[in-house]
Design a protein around this ligand. Structure first.
Ligand code: SF4
Length: 356
């Protein structure tokens, strides 16, 4: 039995039953694929249902307000994905007459659609023989064949793409692609893969040679920069002060609490004498820390955030131009970035209409 046949047999028996696998609609497949990029299936599934309910067809997505899309997206992170989706939906309406492209060469022209997503759309919707190469596929192929080239080097990417395309079952590319990704996610897992119980244990290079923990090889990325954010929860009766972020930094146009960034980590006494703080808050301000420092990882940035309740809104001397009061009951309608969204999920009482 060939590699592909074994894999597809395994899939028929053990593959996951996921809601987007019952369709051949390129639009729905695209929605699921973008939502699941850098997101676990369990976390992404409710978002998938939410988006399909709100925008059952691509023209509805194209017509939507960006704010509504971002609001539905909040909690998922990587907001550029949501913005690119909106651009892509508009392009489908303008250049493809509202019919979502299912051919690889057309799908790849859409913003936010790379080689992986285009191959997924084309193979799942119309069985175009294009191999998907995601983290799961890299891992399975690296271990099975003993490929030692780094998966994030130019040469490595080329090698893996060639091997993946060669191994693809050309009669059932859609099923094969789903099979190899599920195999990587469920059996040939990054940590503690289930080798003892694996259909490939006899032929797998990594298993035979004790290299399971070594493969795949990845080059170290660039060092992340640390940033220190201090958020202030300022309430005035039933309104709360929120800040809309600008365009030149992370989280463009998303909402958060008023924030002061410091060059290094700082605790309350030092923070209260920090130039930016005294510019906006009275010397007599009373702060109450909420929880511990939170670490939020972005690509190439580690954000360390602390949250403080400002006991009296009159301690605020002046506001930045992007700081505005919003009614607490309307905070839900603002598109917030993941750090704030997660904080509010745990501290929902802070945005009740009563004073904190
Ligand atoms: S034997 Fe282990 S490393 Fe090899 S394919 Fe199976 S699960 Fe992956």
């Amino acid at each position: 039995m060939s590699f592909a046949e074994k894999l597809m047999n395994w899939y028929r028996d053990k593959g996951r039953d996921l809601p987007w696998r019952t369709t051949h609609d390129a639009y729905i497949i695209w929605l699921s694929e973008i939502i699941l990029q850098q997101t676990r299936v369990e976390q992404g599934t409710p978002y998938f249902h939410r988006f399909v309910d709100a925008f059952p067809i691509v023209t509805k997505f194209a017509e939507a307000d960006e704010e509504d899309i971002l609001r539905l997206w909040q909690g998922l992170g990587y907001y550029s994905r949501a913005r690119n989706m909106h651009k892509a939906a508009k392009m489908v309406v303008e250049e493809f007459q509202g019919v979502f492209p299912n051919a690889y060469e057309e799908a790849i022209r859409l913003p936010g659609v790379g080689e992986y997503t285009a191959a997924a759309i084309a193979s799942f919707s119309v069985n175009e023989p294009r191999a998907v190469v995601d983290g799961n596929v890299y891992r399975v192929l690296a271990r099975y064949f003993g490929i030692k080239e780094p998966i994030n080097s130019t040469e490595g990417k080329k090698t893996f793409a060639e091997v993946a395309q060669e191994m693809l079952d050309k009669d059932s590319p859609g099923i094969y692609n789903q099979a190899i990704m599920d195999f990587g996610a469920l059996q040939c897992k990054p940590k503690n893969p289930l080798c003892e119980d694996c259909i490939f244990r006899v032929e797998c290079f990594a298993f035979r040679n004790g290299l399971v923990d070594v493969l795949p090889v990845k080059l170290k990325g660039k060092v992340s920069r640390n940033r220190y954010f201090h958020y202030f929860i300022v309430k005035e009766n039933d309104r709360i002060l929120m800040s809309k972020r600008g365009e030149r930094d992370v989280w463009t146009n998303l909402y958060e609490f008023p924030m002061i960034e410091t060059a290094e980590d700082m605790l309350m006494p030092d923070l209260m004498t920090y130039t930016d703080f005294v510019q906006y808050f009275e010397e007599s301000t009373v702060l109450e820390a909420v929880g511990r420092q939170v670490k939020h990882i972005l690509s190439h940035q580690n954000i360390y955030a602390r949250f403080y309740i400002v006991e009296d809104s009159r301690s605020l001397k002046k506001k930045k131009k992007d700081w505005n009061y919003h009614y607490c009951e309307k905070i839900d309608k603002l598109a917030k970035h993941k750090l704030i969204f997660s904080f509010l999920e745990k501290n929902v009482h802070l945005i009740s209409a009563k004073q904190p």
